[in-house]
Design a binder for this molecule. Structure first.
Ligand code: NZQ
Ligand code: ZN
Length: 388
């Protein structure tokens, strides 16, 4: 196991009706002038926004609001939010929604404390500070409610890029599984695939002797495999929603990534897909992850065989572990399909002729990406081709 530091300061408030305590927790975390940030209308339709505003009013907290975040959140609204924060002396941002809303809030939080262009941080500039962000999560998927990450698409070139730093971890996150019962089946499925990908990016590692994080990762995967079909069959099943909600958090706050190298190539390749075609991140991952697995599995066939046996219940073929590994990948694809996810380019609306463009915008040049196997531009091209 590698040396590591792990800082995960988010205060989690979990359970039914907990969003009504938003005002109390903003006070506890010293917010006095709040920007409530939300998406394209689901929180208005569900009445959640109204309940949250009531809680802030009851606690005597000043707030202003900015809605309109779209999936694969854009830079334009971030610039608007930054201006609003500076003009209105906002000292706290409350994101009410899914990963896109939370990521947009984190981007505004960065820009509000910076004189330059917030996009600098998505092009590698070192992050030092940000306004505090809290979340009320309505979609279990991205893990941004506990993560140090934010992903934004710049309208100039539709470049989708990430920024990461501990100051971006939310100060508190309210997780009420009931809020996710209104999710369309497609979003529930995309969420399950994204959560699984967060675990799998960490699971396929070259670091040896990491049994604790292997087992945690397998536990999260087994939970998602069990609970996602239940939530799809019965969207109001509270216990399934609750298990998925916590799984999504631990899948990505790095609990199962510490002490080991993680990969992230599938995510990077997927970001080019969702940047270009504006598809859901989870759907893009359902297409890219199996292609990546097939391409790299021979690098450590026993790790893939372990994944097949422990996660998918395949029988170990000691003579031909490659067969076991392939079975595991196949079971993953069957599972994704059973959730209604695409597993090939065409089902996603992606085109083979755009592969050279995506390889180029990924911008590797002479460099490599990933850690399990270091991928060159040529490798990336071949992986995209495997997904066609
Ligand atoms: O905008 P509204 O009206 O709220 O509708 C949203 C949106 O259309 C809807 N929705 C959310 N909660 C709902 C609901 N509809 C009904 N009932 C509810 N309770 O769902 C749609 C998708 O929402 P979005 O926030 O885009 O989904 P998700 O949470 O999957 O976030 C995806 C974004 O997160 C990024 C992705 O790249 C993508 O841009 N990621 C962020 C990460 C991070 N910050 O750590 C890591 C991830 O790997 C990921 O890259
Ligand atoms: Zn993801």
């Amino acid at each position: 196991m590698n040396n590591f530091n792990f800082y995960s300061p988010t205060y989690f408030v979990f359970g039914k009706e907990r969003e009504n305590e938003a005002g109390k927790y903003i006070k506890r975390f010293n917010g006095t002038r709040v920007l409530i940030h939300y998406g394209s209308g689901s929180v208005i339709k569900s009445g959640l926004l109204q309940r949250v505003k009531k809680s802030l009013t009851e606690n005597g907290i000043y707030f202003t609001e900015l809605g309109g975040v779209v999936p694969n959140p854009r830079s334009g609204l971030v610039y608007t939010g930054i201006e609003l924060c500076k003009k209105d002396k906002i000292d706290f941002i409350l994101a009410v929604g899914g990963g896109s809303v939370i990521d947009s809030a984190k981007a505004i939080a960065l820009g509000a404390e910076y004189d330059g262009d917030f996009w600098d941080f998505y092009c590698g500039k070192r992050i030092e500070k940000a306004l505090p962000v809290a979340t009320i999560l309505t979609l279990t998927a991205a893990g941004s409610e506990g993560s140090m990450g934010t992903v934004i698409t710049h309208e100039n070139g539709m470049l989708k890029r990430a920024a990461n730093h501990d100051v971006l971890r939310p100060v508190f996150s309210i997780l009420n599984p009931e809020l996710t019962c209104s999710l369309p089946a497609y979003q529930t499925a995309c969420g399950a695939i994204d959560m699984m990908a967060h675990v799998m990016e960490r699971y396929f590692t070259n670091t040896q002797n990491v049994e604790i994080t292997d087992r945690l990762a397998e536990g999260i995967l087994l939970t998602i495999i069990k609970e996602a079909p239940i939530a799809l069959a019965n969207p109001s099943n509270y216990e399934a929603r609750a298990n998925l909600m916590w799984a999504g958090m631990v899948a990505h706050n790095d609990t199962c990534g510490v002490g080991r190298d993680s990969d992230w190539s599938s995510h990077q390749m997927e970001h080019e897909l969702s940047g270009l075609y504006d598809v859901a991140h989870g759907a893009g991952l359902a297409v890219m992850f199996p292609a990546w697995m097939k391409y790299v599995m021979n690098h450590d066939i026993m790790r893939f065989a372990q994944f097949a046996v422990r996660v998918w219940g395949c029988e170990m073929n000691f003579q031909q572990p490659e067969e076991t590994a392939l079975q595991g990948i196949q079971r993953y694809e069957e599972f994704a399909k059973s959730l209604g996810m695409p597993i090939r380019f065409a089902e996603l609306g992606a085109k083979a002729e755009d592969i050279p463009f995506m390889v180029k915008t990924l911008g590797l040049g002479e460099n490599t990406m990933g850690s399990f196997v270091k991928l060159t531009e040529e490798d990336v091209k071949k992986i995209y081709e495997l997904a066609v």
